[in-house]
Design a protein around this ligand. Sequence first.
Ligand code: 2P0
Length: 359
Amino acid sequence: MLYDNPGLKFKDKNCSGEIVWQSPSNIALVKYWGKKGFQIPSNPSISFSLNKSNSETRLKFNPAKGNDFTVNFTFDGTPQPDFEKKIITYFKSLNKIFPFIEQLDFEIESKNTFPHSAGIASSASGMSALALTLCDIERYCFNKLTRLEDFFQKASFIARLGSGSAARSLYGGWVVWGAIEGMEGTSDLYGIPIKNYIHSDFLNYQDTILLVETGTKKVSSRVGHDLMNSNLFAKDRFAQARQNAKRMVEVLKTGDIDEFIRITESEALTLHAMMMTSEPSFLLIKPETVSIIEEIRAYREKTKTPVCFTLDAGPNVHLLYPKSVKAQVKEFINDTLIQYVSKNGFIDDEIGPGPRKMM
Ligand code: 2P0
């Protein structure tokens, strides 16, 4: 398999260190929903990385005291046994790629820069930050991955194995994960940044996350993805997403904002349509979600302001718009949308620069 490397083993017992990475959450415009095989997406997806919504992960490693590795995991300073078990399973699954893992004991501390109650998915930011710390062990202790491009590509590959959407969090700006026909460099195995040809309107995109409800999800994304295997509409959905991904890449180049809005809203509604047409079906949107969507469409019709929405796997609405209309959108939120949001309010985020090494 790509990246399997029996050579990445410590020869002596002198291996310890501390690494800290901050990595962003991302919002998908063209959605990943459905997998084939292990962590391979059924269609390509396109996202941008956020600026304020980050996870920060500190990983300390020392020579293993016993025969196998151990993991001690805390989130916001509190031990999290359930998540610790998931990390142990994940680390075990990486034993051919990073054979040094079994030689070490790990202490991992993670925290989010966005409020815990916000209901923003933290698997993308959390798994990408963790993948970066692992790749950094390889870089510093084995003197590999010295080209930045190789480093981040491998980190994206490793992050994907932990959580699919995390593959897109390794870069700032706009990112594609999944092979797009005719677009060189795209792969199902890792994300790549779309760098060279983004229209200026899309370089400063804003995402105000309207928090409708912030509890735990009723249906996990893992289960949601699996249900696509038996969804009657799956084949057509994957074909539609492949086409939307191709078109979206063009739109980002040309700056065709009407087409951007059309694709983005169609993707959001189709994602939730897939949930509603799964067997068993599930419904993650709330009455407030629908009210906000209707208000956005009415406001856009009336004022011609290029503002649109997308949805993640939950009821919160991501309000998307170029920075040039921020002042009037702020007014629209305060005058009209605020009545539908929960006491947690909203998070004013925007497109961000990608992961940052903190130590
Ligand atoms: C996305 N979502 O493209 C889509 C849209 C949610 C809605 O990817 O099983 O946590 O860890 O690979 O990445 C959420 O699913 O799923 C997701 P796993 P993940 O962002």
